[in-house]
Write a protein that binds this ligand. Sequence first.
Ligand SMILES: C[S@@+](CC[C@H](N)C(=O)[O-])C[C@H]1O[C@@H](n2cnc3c(N)ncnc32)[C@H](O)[C@@H]1O
Length: 137
Amino acid sequence: MASMGLDVLGVDASPVAIDLARRGADRFGLADRCRFEVHDLDTGLPEPPWSADSFDLILCHLFRDPALYGQMEARLAPGGLLAIVVLAGPAGKSGGYRAEPDELTRAFGRLRLRDHGADSGRLWLVATRPRPQAPSS
Ligand SMILES: C[S@@+](CC[C@H](N)C(=O)[O-])C[C@H]1O[C@@H](n2cnc3c(N)ncnc32)[C@H](O)[C@@H]1O
């Protein structure tokens, strides 16, 4: 994301993961565009460290907490993109890190669905937040 010109905030509860992320950004000369913070997502999504109060892109990879789905949708800027991948569980056996087969499409049904699927024990979804309609003249 940083190599494409985005300012990035990355979070994880593990200081080891955050240290690895910082080193990776350094190695690729992208540290200026990246901020990595130890953050417990049980307390909710972090605030953006820049002036906007929303994110143009939210990427959630292999971390599941349905309590955050509403916040992810709310924090997405108009036109912003959400990409999420979670481990899939069998129907009726979700919980912990494993999602119901239709969990993502149900949770993010108000967004504009770009693509979604299930593969190799994972569910994934890509969606955008619609921009408000311009008033018709
Ligand atoms: C399966 S790993 C995925 C790591 C990374 N996102 C990736 O895709 O390679 C799950 C990650 O969730 C982090 N994690 C678990 N509970 C968390 C929490 N409450 N807040 C923030 N991160 C958490 C773990 O430290 C771990 O790095």
